[in-house]
Write a protein that binds this ligand. Structure first.
Ligand SMILES: Nc1nc2c(ncn2[C@@H]2O[C@H](COP(=O)(O)OP(=O)(O)OP(=O)(O)O)[C@@H](O)[C@H]2O)c(=O)[nH]1
Length: 309
């Protein structure tokens, strides 16, 4: 910024030198100066002032500022001889060359400056959109697993249910909980526990289709929404997840290989289901899986749920 004001001071000095040069010439004021000439020249002067204030006040990068500023200076110095020519009778080859060359170069520099300004604006806008997208993604993502977080679950659940109802599509839900996780945490520590949760998140993602939405629901609990999927297919997918997860080998201590199983509950949306009821049914199925010995998938229809509730 300091250099920018130095450049302005330099401009003023050059203008003063120009005026000295002008007064050293042999000239006469025009006697037939009209009001329209005076008004139009005043407006050009005003335009110049506004232009330089805009250029100085806008937070421009050096790449944009210098072509614009140089363009302004050249246009300004091509305007000075034009002004002299308007109000005096003078014949100077130097002034006429200054006017024409200054005008052409000034216009070129201004064009370049405005082009670069536009490009920078476009790029900044693009970056802003990208970071907005990134922050939105972060706000709905669980940092440990990379799955969606539980806060986002209920938003998606309502919209998926609305969509399924509107187009008469099936929709299923999986609730999954890691077995005996407390003892794993107690034995190997919280960090090793986190590694299990992260690896399971990764495995769930790998098994699912693009349209399925997995969430980390609580500490060691996951839920998965499966649009356009009936209970039977969901059961098959849940089995695939259970086997894939069970195949992961953890080594929380050197030489000690551990495998972790999961209990899974599965439910399908019925016509009269409220969102909470679908979750409660899949949850009840998961607890049934725990009670039946863990490491298994249990599905519950709404009739079966009513019988055990
Ligand atoms: N490492 C780690 N542990 C967690 C996290 N969230 C919850 N836990 C732990 O998970 C354990 C859950 O234990 P319980 O709910 O008793 O269940 P469990 O030991 O898995 O037993 P079952 O569910 O019956 O198989 C608790 O010890 C919690 O402290 C987490 O983000 N990281």
């Amino acid at each position: 910024m300091r250099y920018r004001y130095t450049a302005i001071i330099l401009c003023i000095v050059i203008t003063l030198l120009e005026l000295v040069y002008w007064f050293s010439l042999d000239f006469k004021f025009k006697v037939d100066l009209s009001w329209t000439d005076i008004i139009s020249e005043s407006f050009i002067l005003l335009f110049n002032i506004v232009l330089i204030v805009v250029i100085l006040r806008a937070r421009l990068s050096d790449l944009v500022f210098w072509p614009l500023f140089l363009g302004f200076v050249l246009l300004f110095f091509s305007g000075v001889p034009d002004l002299i020519d308007e109000i005096t009778q003078i014949d100077s080859l130097f002034l006429s060359a200054q006017e024409n060359i200054g005008y052409i170069l000034g216009m070129l520099m201004m064009t370049l400056g405005f082009y670069l300004w536009g490009e920078e604006y476009r790029l900044a806008n693009h970056r802003l959109l990208q970071s907005e997208k990134k922050y939105k993604q972060l706000s709905i993502t669980d940092s440990l697993t990379g799955l969606y977080n539980s806060g986002y679950f209920f938003n998606v659940l309502s919209s998926e249910i609305a969509l399924a109802r509107r187009y008469q599509l099936s929709l299923s839900l999986i609730v999954m909980d890691i077995d005996d996780f407390k003892s794993h945490n107690d034995r190997y520590g919280h960090i090793e526990g986190d590694k299990v949760i992260a690896a399971m998140g990764h495995e769930i993602k790998a098994v699912l289709r693009e349209i399925d939405k997995p969430f980390r629901y609580g500490g060691e609990e996951f839920v998965i929404l499966l649009p356009r999927t009936n209970l039977y297919t969901t059961y098959t997918i849940a089995e695939r997840i259970r086997k894939a997860v069970l195949a992961i080998e953890f080594e929380p201590k050197p030489g000690e290989v551990v495998k972790k199983s999961v209990s899974i509950g599965v439910a399908e949306l019925t016509e009269e289901d409220l969102p909470q009821l679908l979750v409660a049914r899949a949850d009840a199925a998961m607890y049934l899986a725990k009670r039946q010995g863990k490491n298994r998938v249990v599905s519950l229809t709404s009739e079966e749920h009513m019988q055990i509730a």
